[in-house]
Design a protein around this ligand. Structure first.
Ligand code: ZN
Length: 341
């Protein structure tokens, strides 16, 4: 027996009727590509706070990992938080499917309710839902794309597990939404993460789609034009070799602090943290802020980090985060010393 695909369904706030006029076309005005609902976009450069209402650390990490696929290409940042009014609030109810409100609609949802549910996280599901959360609609909704649904097949499949939708739900979530589409299927970006997989028997022309588990080239280039520019990194904060300790803190869970220091001469250096916060340290360089040299969790006093290394002359970066990205925060101190030992 063929299994019906697990489908994401869009959530709309009451009385909000999707109109094709709200959609924005692709980079060259080509409306046949990925679409966003521009009235629902976050301000460019936004930091969107993500609060997990439940879920295991593995579930939460997978969600954040795929959320960051978008922040790598779009001028947005995602940080985890326990703040009640986080813009994105994620539940993991296995009986409620996968869905998300679209873009700034999340702001209309009471803060004790989720704005996203990840009832399953197969493949790129989390990235798909975060795509909705930053304003993207389903590729099928594209007024310039088109599917001629084989309605009896669609209804039969979606009535059964795992979706178990009523006929009304199926019409509302799949068929009616797309029935205005008049254009042939080649107008799609068949690789978009926003296109879900459906079997060829659902269409009258027998053309189905495959599941997309990663962002397509067009997804990336399109969202880079919707949220243009690169997020401005915070810091780095300067450290002086053999200078005073610098006090800082992990202010919100998931925050990463970056420090910089100059090794004026080759030699042995000690970089360490102090305090009660369980931080993890990474050392990058020389003169290359992305080349990882060393990493340490608890090599210092208590749960502090300590890296002792022979370094070449040059510029170095130190990144500090909490051991627990999901919940950890707190103050710490950091220093760098030259040593002869
Ligand atoms: Zn969806």
């Amino acid at each position: 027996m063929l299994t019906a695909p697990k489908l994401c369904f869009d959530r709309y706030i009451p009385d909000d009727h999707l109109s094709p006029a709200l959609s924005l076309g692709g980079p060259s005005g080509d409306p046949s590509r990925a679409i966003v609902l521009f009235r629902k976009l976050w301000p460019n450069g936004s930091t969107l706070r993500v609060r997990f209402l439940e879920g295991t650390s593995a579930q939460q990490q997978l969600a954040m990992q795929q959320a960051r696929w978008w922040s790598e290409v779009a001028n947005l940042r995602f940080v985890t938080t326990d703040a009640t009014d986080a813009e994105i609030r994620v539940a993991f109810d296995p009986n409620d499917g996968a869905w998300s409100y679209i873009g700034t609609d999340c702001r209309s949802i009471p803060t004790n309710e989720p704005t996203m549910n990840l009832g399953f996280q197969d493949g790129g599901t989390s990235a798909h839902e975060f795509g909705h959360a930053i304003g993207m609609a389903h590729e099928h909704q594209n007024p310039a794309g088109g599917i001629s649904w084989n309605e009896p097949e669609v209804i039969r499949d979606l009535s059964g597990p795992p979706n178990r939708w009523t006929v009304d739900q199926i019409r509302h979530n799949v068929i009616e939404k797309y029935s205005q589409d008049q254009i042939h299927g080649t107008a799609f970006d068949p690789d978009s993460i926003m296109l879900y997989a459906f079997p060829s028997r659902w269409t009258t022309n027998g053309i189905g789609t495959h599941a997309n588990d990663v962002l397509s080239t067009l997804d990336k280039s399109f969202m880079a034009t919707v949220y243009p520019g690169t997020p401005v990194p915070i810091g780095p904060i300067g450290l002086t070799v053999n200078g005073p300790e610098v006090e800082d803190q992990i202010g919100v869970p998931g925050e990463e602090d970056v420090f910089a220091f100059t090794a004026a001469e080759a030699g042995r250096y000690i970089i360490e943290t102090a305090g009660k916060t369980d931080v993890v340290m990474k050392l990058y360089g020389p003169n290359n802020p992305t080349q990882l040299i060393a990493e340490d969790d608890d090599g210092g006093v208590g749960t502090n980090s300590r890296i002792v290394r022979s370094l070449l002359k040059g510029e170095y970066r130190v990144q500090i985060r909490h051991y627990s990205r999901a919940t950890g925060k707190g103050p710490y101190r950091i220093s760098v010393k030259r040593t002869s030992v």
